[in-house]
Design a protein around this ligand. Sequence first.
Ligand code: UD1
Length: 326
Amino acid sequence: MANILVTGGAGYIGSHMTYALVDRGHSVTVVDNLSTGVRGLVAPQAEFVEGDIGDETLVRPLLRHRNIEAVIHFAGSVVVPDSVEQPLRYYNNNTMKSLTLIDACVQEGVGKFIFSSTAAVYGMGEDHPACESDEKSPINPYGRSKLMTEWILEDAAKAYDFRYVALRYFNVAGADPQGRTGQSTPRATHLIKKACQVALQRAPELEIFGGDFPTRDGTGIRDYIHVSDLIECHLLALDHLIKGGEPKVLNCGYGQGFSVREVVEAVSRQIGRPLPVRIAPRRAGDPAQLIANPSRIRSELGWRPAHADLSDIVASAYAWEQRQNA
Ligand code: UD1
């Protein structure tokens, strides 16, 4: 069993990761500055440290004194339109703080690193489904901030005793099947979360951001992946690094896209009545479609998703949201 540092472990995906690691008997330290994370979502078996990954004086002693073997790095800002309005905040939070963290790992001899990258590195998603080797031309500061971090990792791995897996997430949704954690970020922007909130009448209607994209029904298309399947990608990546595997960059998605309207239909089926919607202007920085080609992670890590079904994802997100309501 390994000593693992999870950054952003009080956040949506990081809290699922922490549960998965402690469930498998790993010893987990979570660092989170609680800017968007929720303390109550951190698995009770994990050690929680409130602090910032950009603070070298916090991170280096943590890595050293806790004999950290691997770092799984989730901490960062994730909202595409916010990154257009506040690019410098995104470059600071996502790129500069990651650089500080990676440097601390190199200095302290922590040579296994898993990074939360994004489908946003592909830009317009014109070549779709997107392969890892496709051209990277992000169209928003969020995607650029993550792509720069991928480059830092690539160069660090060439120069030092440091290996990493960068996982390019497509649209993560759903919640822990045991109901221990889920998407709880205040003012969440995710489509499926917001649709579930409308379904529970916590908002009057869902805005569809753009009805004139060049897609089959005019609304944006995304590849929605269940958070449990995404966590499995990380567990496989961790095993790969522990066994001495080489650096890798891998897509995490199912290879199947759904439009906003198709998601709305799935939520309507879940609640047995039509979800109220309204067409609103496009959001800044939104590409028309992003769909993964997941063959590399399937062949190289043997990933076999267990929840590749939109109704399953919606049901799990809805169950979590109902619990939040209660
Ligand atoms: C999400 C992730 C981002 C990741 C990207 C990969 C979040 C907050 N962002 O961004 O980190 O890199 O997937 O593809 O998880 N929409 C509406 N109405 C709404 C909300 C969204 O119409 O109320 C539309 C959007 O315009 C978009 C789609 O739904 O077409 C998905 O949006 P969203 O869930 O916000 O995720 P992304 O912006 O794709």
